[in-house]
Every structure is written in structure tokens, then in C-alpha cells.
Design a protein around this ligand. Structure first.
Ligand SMILES: Cc1cc2nc3c(=O)[nH]c(=O)nc-3n(C[C@H](O)[C@H](O)[C@H](O)COP(=O)(O)OP(=O)(O)OC[C@H]3O[C@@H](n4cnc5c(N)ncnc54)[C@H](O)[C@@H]3O)c2cc1C
Ligand SMILES: NC(=O)c1ccc[n+]([C@@H]2O[C@H](COP(=O)([O-])OP(=O)(O)OC[C@H]3O[C@@H](n4cnc5c(N)ncnc54)[C@H](O)[C@@H]3O)[C@@H](O)[C@H]2O)c1
Length: 492
């Protein structure tokens, strides 16, 4: 049997969350082993946020050029995917090579191990023949994988997930997108703007189901204007593939065909692979359940998508800061005699770093580690119009029995929206708790919906009284000035 090697912390999965935790703990002086089986950085830089937003930037440039007609003369656009694929290959992903990311971690003092890790009993992680025993804790940042629904025939076809869609060098003529969530909609609009015939097939009654119905309508209308066909309430019964491409047969007898099929029906943690049974944690759940300091169980923390608290890079980063502070706090408590200057021992280094972090407010000293609070969780779906949202939707608020008031304004009746020639789709929707006199949710849809959102995030996060929000000065003529009109439309 392999003798375990004693280290301070093991971080399993170096995606956005794991890499941040591992790097900061290593910088703090702990001996950290970071284990990653694929690419350090995870989904976001290689197959997620960054390359998809490069695609969106390019597709929006095409759409903007097409808006020259009638506004500033004439423009002819000849979309070409080559520079987009090249930019993703060369600038975003270094051809899907993580050498620089591994060095970023090892330069901070971390030890990198490439491979698939799993628990091997309490405080132990095994990677192949190597076994590590963690003195201060194990952090799981193993993320999610695309879910592939159990549709008859699908598993035997060469379907795409986000990975193949992001890596594509040559666009197909036509594309079926199964799932009208964030991934499906963002990529559908991109490909349509580059001339692909795209059909989005969504099982529920509307696309972007998690956001406000008005947001779903605005996005669906914009995608249709880009030539995307959208079918809701589709129940896929069978999927076939042959030399002519894909055929999806619906339970109602409908049939959809295309050269390629992108499956974007959600994501799921893969807990069954992590040996969680060896530490008494239920691997049958959809996500790892964590408390507000991201504890899973004694000496085990989780960070990022695997927690199910919102599959966003900003959530992973937010949680990472809490995990770092809490692990350092535990290290300090485990070795209270350590030199706080950080020079006497490895743990002393961590203590010194914890104190430094506490001084900057980024971390906490014993007992003052910040707790996760998702009340003001922002989301941005980077379609055109962008859909920014924070906190509760109207439906969620009503389901909680809150005394809800709604304020609404359209961008078309806002001066900047009118100047900009936004279509009817842009809007601000405010969800107020009438009893508390504060906003508890908001949506900002429009050309800069994700940017306009920031003021609304502050309002929800800091529970700024509606009276104060109404008496603020909103610059003229901006998109965000539509917030003041929505506030006026709230019953006072
Ligand atoms: C197409 C797309 C677009 C997106 N766009 C945005 C966006 O615009 N904004 C946003 O905020 N979010 C976006 N996201 C979501 C974002 O990518 C995730 O929230 C983020 O990557 C989560 O980070 P993570 O560290 O939790 O997990 P991941 O990034 O999934 O990393 C987990 C890592 O763990 C590794 N791993 C798993 N199991 C093991 C094991 N047993 N041993 C060793 N290693 C293991 C994996 O290989 C992986 O590298 C997008 C996602 C997709 C797919
Ligand atoms: N801009 C961003 O921040 C961004 C962008 C992309 C992804 N993400 C993150 O990644 C996560 C996953 O994205 P996603 O779009 O895969 O998932 P999602 O859960 O957002 O949407 C999946 C959609 O697929 C539908 N669906 C499920 N099964 C189906 C079936 N058999 N047939 C047809 N439709 C079906 C669902 O009803 C849902 O509308 C998101 O929830 C988000 O957190 C974020």
C-alpha cells in the first residue's frame, strides 16, 4: 500500500474556483497540492465564458455593422468565422494548452499533479498511485459536465456540447440547438449572425425559463429577428444521425433536421466519481450541499459549480474568497502558537497571510470569516439584447409570500433608448418588497443590460431604501436612467 504524503491542503479540480483557492493558499505559505485532470482554469477560459464572449463580440460587431443602413449610410458585411476561431485558438486558449496556467500556480508555491483524484478515506485523496493526507483540509472544485438527456438514439450520435461548439473551425450550414437556456441562446444568436440556419428546441413553455417572462420574450424576439427558429414545448422522442445530418423527432410527430446538433440542456456535478462514500458524504445528490462557509463536512470545503449555488464564474470567485479565509482560519486555530509574522513555520506563513487579508477586509480573523450570501446574485445572459438580472424574479418573490410591487419601464420610452433605436425589447423591471421598502430583484434588458445592472445589484445588496433610490440623480441621457422611470412606476 502506498504511504500517504502529508501536506497542508489538497485542492481537487483546478477550475475557476479551485485554481483561485489553491493559488491563494499556496501564496499564503501553506503546502498545497492542486490536482487537475484536464486543463488548469477549467471550463470558463477554454470552453465557456471567455471564448463564448469572444464569439459574441464578433457576432455583435456584425449586427452593429448591419445597423448602419438607415442610420449612417450603407455597409456591407461578409461574415467570416476564420478570425473568430483563430482568436479563440491563439488568444483565449493557447490551442487548449494550460502550460501558462500551471506555471501561474507553481510560481505561487503550489504543487501541481495532473490526474483524476478521488477521496480515499477521511482527509485523504488518491491520484493514481499517489495518496495525499491533508492536515488542514480538502477543497473540492470539480465543477459540472454537460447533461445529455436520455433521448432515444442521442448517445450514439456525434452531437456537440459546448466544447465542440466552442472549438468549431468551420461552421455548419444548419444547427439544431437542444435547450433554450443561457448556453443555447448565446450560441444560437452567434451562429445565426454568421449565417448558420439555427433552430432552438426548448422543452418548456419559454426560453430563458429562469428569468422574467418579459426577458424571455425580448430574447426570443431578437433571435427570431436574426433568423433563428424557436420552438418551445418540444418533447424530443428520438434523434438519428446519418450522412445527411441529424433528425430530431418530437413526441407529437414533428421533425427537425440540421447538419449539426448542439445539446445545451443544463449541467450537472459528477459526484459519483469522487469517492465521497469513503468520507460518509452522499454522492447521489445533484450537487454537494454546503453551509454558508462552504463546508461539506469536517475538513472538507467545496467551491464553484459543484455547490449548485449558481453556475457562474463570479460565484466561484466569491466563494473562493470565503474558502481561503476559512481554511486559513482553521490552520491558525490548529496551530495557535504559530508565528503571526509568517516566518516561523508553514502554518505561520498562513497565519501571517490571514492577518494581512483580514487587514484588507478580504478575509477574516478567527470567528469573522465572511459568510456566503446570495441575495444579490447577479446574472447576465450575453444575448443582444443583454439580459442582466439580480436577486429574485417576480415569481420567486410571490412564491415566498412577499408583499411584491412591480416597477417597469421600456427602453424605447427612455431618451437614450430612443436615440439608440433599440427595438421594443429593452426594459427595466423592478421587484420591490413593499413592507421593507427595498428592491429584492431586478432585470435590465437592453444593449448594455449587463452594465446597467450594476446599480441595481448595489441597490439589492445594500438594501438601499426606495425613498433614497427615488431621490438619486440619474445621468441624462443614459440607458440606466430608465431605472428612475421604473421607480416612478412603482406604487408609492
Ligand atoms: C458555454 C459556457 C459559457 C459560460 N459563460 C459564462 C459567463 O459568461 N459568465 C459566467 O459567470 N459563467 C459562465 N459560464 C459558467 C462558468 O464557466 C462556470 O461557472 C465556471 O467555470 C465554474 O468554475 P468551477 O471551478 O466551479 O468549475 P469548472 O470550471 O468546471 O472546473 C472544474 C475542474 O475540475 C476538474 N475536475 C473534475 N473532477 C476532477 C477530478 N476527479 N480530478 C481532477 N480534476 C477534476 C475539471 O477537469 C475542471 O477543470 C459558462 C459556462 C459555459 C459552459
Ligand atoms: N452568461 C452566463 O453567465 C452563462 C452563459 C452560459 C452558461 N452559463 C451557466 O451555465 C449553466 C448551464 O447552461 P445551460 O444553458 O446548459 O443550462 P440551463 O439550465 O440554463 O438551460 C437548459 C435549458 O434546456 C432545457 N431542456 C432541458 N432538457 C431538455 C430537452 N430534453 N429538450 C429540450 N430542452 C431541454 C431546459 O428547459 C432549459 O431551458 C447556466 O445555468 C449558467 O449558470 C452562464
Amino acid at each position: 500500500m502506498t504511504e500517504p504524503e502529508l501536506v497542508d491542503v489538497v485542492v481537487l479540480g483546478l477550475g475557476v474556483g479551485g485554481e483561485e483557492v489553491a493559488g491563494r493558499l499556496a501564496e499564503a505559505g501553506l503546502s498545497v497540492v492542486g490536482i487537475e485532470r484536464n486543463l488548469v482554469g477549467g471550463e470558463c477560459p477554454y470552453w465557456g465564458c471567455i471564448p463564448s464572449k469572444m464569439m459574441i463580440r464578433a457576432a455583435n460587431a456584425i449586427a452593429e455593422a448591419r445597423r448602419v443602413d438607415g442610420l449612417a449610410g450603407t455597409a456591407q458585411v461578409h461574415p467570416d468565422w476564420t478570425p473568430v476561431a483563430k482568436r479563440i485558438r491563439d488568444e483565449a486558449t493557447a490551442n487548449w494548452d494550460d502550460t501558462a496556467a500551471v506555471r501561474r500556480f507553481t510560481d505561487k508555491g503550489g504543487r501541481f499533479v495532473r490526474g483524476s483524484g478521488r477521496f480515499d478515506g477521511p482527509a485523504r485523496v488518491r491520484v493514481g498511485e499517489q495518496v495525499f493526507q491533508a492536515r488542514h483540509g480538502i477543497v473540492l472544485g470539480t465543477g459540472t459536465k454537460a447533461t445529455v438527456p436520455p433521448i432515444d438514439g442521442l448517445a450514439d450520435t456525434p452531437y456537440w456540447t459546448n466544447r465542440e461548439a466552442i472549438e468549431v473551425e468551420e461552421l455548419p450550414e444548419s444547427l439544431l440547438v437542444l435547450g433554450g437556456g443561457a448556453i443555447g441562446l448565446e450560441l444560437a444568436q452567434v451562429f445565426a449572425r454568421f449565417g448558420v440556419r439555427v433552430t432552438v428546441l426548448e422543452a418548456s413553455e419559454r426560453v430563458l425559463l429562469v428569468e422574467e417572462p418579459e426577458a424571455s420574450e425580448a430574447v426570443a424576439a431578437a433571435l427570431r429577428a436574426d433568423g433563428v427558429q424557436i420552438q418551445t414545448q418540444v418533447k424530443a422522442a428520438r434523434i438519428e444521425h446519418d450522412a445527411d445530418g441529424f433528425t430530431l423527432r418530437g413526441a407529437g410527430g414533428e421533425e427537425f433536421t440540421a447538419d449539426r446538433l448542439l445539446v445545451a440542456t443544463g449541467r450537472r456535478a459528477h459526484l459519483d466519481e469522487l469517492g465521497l462514500d469513503t468520507i460518509g458524504v452522499d454522492a447521489g445528490r445533484r450537487y454537494l450541499s454546503v453551509d454558508d462557509r462552504l463546508h461539506v463536512t469536517d475538513g472538507v470545503w467545496a467551491v464553484g459549480d459543484v455547490t449548485g449555488e449558481g453556475a457562474f464564474t463570479h460565484v466561484a470567485m466569491y466563494q473562493a474568497a470565503i474558502v481561503v479565509a476559512d481554511v486559513l482560519d482553521h490552520a491558525r486555530r490548529a496551530d495557535p502558537g504559530a508565528d503571526p509574522s509568517g516566518t516561523a513555520s508553514v502554518v505561520g506563513g498562513a497565519v501571517g497571510a490571514a492577518s494581512a487579508l483580514a487587514a484588507t477586509g478580504a478575509s477574516g480573523s478567527a470567528g469573522s470569516v465572511p459568510r456566503a450570501d446570495y441575495r444579490a446574485l447577479p446574472r447576465v445572459t450575453f444575448t443582444d439584447p443583454e439580459i442582466g438580472a439580480v436577486g429574485l424574479t417576480e415569481r420567486q418573490a410571490r412564491e415566498r409570500g412577499i408583499n411584491v410591487q412591480i416597477g417597469f419601464s421600456k427602453l424605447s420610452s427612455n431618451t437614450r433608448g430612443w436615440i439608440h433605436k433599440t427595438d421594443e425589447g429593452g426594459f427595466i423591471k423592478l421587484i420591490a418588497d413593499a413592507d421593507q421598502g427595498v428592491l429584492i430583484g431586478a432585470t435590465s434588458a437592453g444593449p448594455a443590460g449587463g452594465e446597467v445592472l450594476s446599480g441595481l445589484v448595489v441597490a439589492v445588496h445594500a438594501a438601499v431604501p426606495l425613498t433614497q433610490l427615488r431621490h438619486m440623480i440619474y445621468a441624462y441621457p443614459t440607458f440606466h436612467r430608465a431605472i428612475s422611470e421604473a421607480l416612478r412606476n412603482l406604487p408609492s
